[in-house]
Design a protein around this ligand. Structure first.
Ligand code: FES
Length: 105
């Protein structure tokens, strides 16, 4: 298994307390910037697969607007009605750019 880094964009494209959908390496991500940290997760709720970008950014969580599940940005833990954790990808910063780290088999 190898790791590859993919450019998400410039830090300035993701203001503090924002979440935005991006497509990188043919995958749809939700990029969250909160309290100086960047989080990358799939832009798809684990409950019924609706896009998380339509939801709401809470403190430390993303809330899905469709049935109200939320996902912890540090652990991926869901609240009901979702029962499956959301995957959290590693992000890295280099100069003024943000990258997501993906594992390839
Ligand atoms: S699709 Fe997100 S809570 Fe149901």
């Amino acid at each position: 298994m190898t790791e590859s880094r993919f450019l998400i964009g410039l830090i300035s494209d993701f203001p503090e307390n924002s979440m935005q959908a991006v497509t990188v390496a043919d995958q749809d991500f939700l990029i969250v910037h909160q309290e100086g940290q960047f989080y990358a997760l799939p832009n798809q709720c684990t409950h019924a697969r609706f896009p998380l970008e339509d939801g709401e950014l809470l403190e430390g969580k993303v809330k899905c607007q469709y049935h109200g599940a939320s996902f912890d940005l540090k652990t991926g833990r869901p609240s009901l009605p979702a029962v499956k954790k959301i995957k959290l990808y590693t992000t890295s910063i280099e100069k003024d750019e943000i990258f997501v780290v993906l594992q390839e088999t």
